[in-house]
Write a protein that binds this ligand. Structure first.
Ligand code: NI
Length: 217
């Protein structure tokens, strides 16, 4: 199989696996991350094959839905890539990226080891902010049965991954605990530029949300 065929087959596999997922980690999330990663990757010197595979496989099994086990994703990605006869070097690079890429709490460092990893992490984070990020955040909160907002519960910055995983607070807090922090965590220049615009969209949304909450407009 050529690299192009492997990418195509992987996209098809993930699409069939994640279509209809209702918490914002569906196929179309993966599709947007894939496209963003390609866009960012073209401005950096990267192995685009690794970038595309890692973007496509990054949510194959998310720890948030696997009782907190963050090894399920890399394991499933490895099974798939071995079946597709991908080089071991590429497989271990892709699995390392999937393991490192997810956000584990404001106080937990998740530094990527390679430029390919940085590109995929940026692409995933871009999809968590801006207009799409707002939509996904409420979808995720709904899927988890969370309150939309409760002014009596203040946001916390989680110092460990354990604490972040246990977090049960309302959806608006998620903006303060994660989404508004992402702009400054982007690795690449291209993603930094894209994040600035999306960050503004969230700030405007929150300002409007609190105005309406207080009944002032
Ligand atoms: Ni993702």
């Amino acid at each position: 199989m050529t690299k192009k065929q492997i990418i195509k087959k992987t996209a098809k596999h993930i699409k069939s696996k994640l279509t209809g997922e209702g918490s914002g980690h569906d196929w179309w999330h993966v599709y947007r991350v894939w496209k963003n990663a390609l866009h960012i990757g073209k401005h950096e010197s990267v192995d685009l094959f690794v970038v595309e595979l890692a973007a496509l496989l990054h949510d194959i099994a998310d720890w948030k839905f696997n009782h907190g086990d963050d090894n399920v994703g890399p394991r499933k990605a490895r099974e798939w890539l071995e079946k597709s006869a991908v080089d071991e070097k590429v497989i271990s690079h892709v699995c390392q990226i999937i393991k490192d890429a997810s956000f584990k709490g404001a106080g937990v460092s998740t530094k990527m080891k390679t430029i390919e990893g940085m590109v995929v992490q940026d692409a995933d984070r871009l999809d968590a902010i801006g207009a799409i990020g707002i939509g996904r955040t409420f979808a995720y909160g709904g899927a988890k049965g969370r309150e939309m907002y409760n002014p009596e519960i203040k946001p916390e910055k989680h110092a460990s991954f354990e604490q972040y995983k246990k977090n049960q607070s309302h959806t608006i807090n998620h903006f303060y605990e994660k989404l508004l922090l992402l702009k400054d965590l982007m690795n690449t220049k291209t993603a930094k530029r894209m994040a600035r615009k999306r960050h503004k969209v969230m700030e405007n949304f929150l300002a409007e949300f609190f105005q309406e909450w207080k009944g002032k407009n």
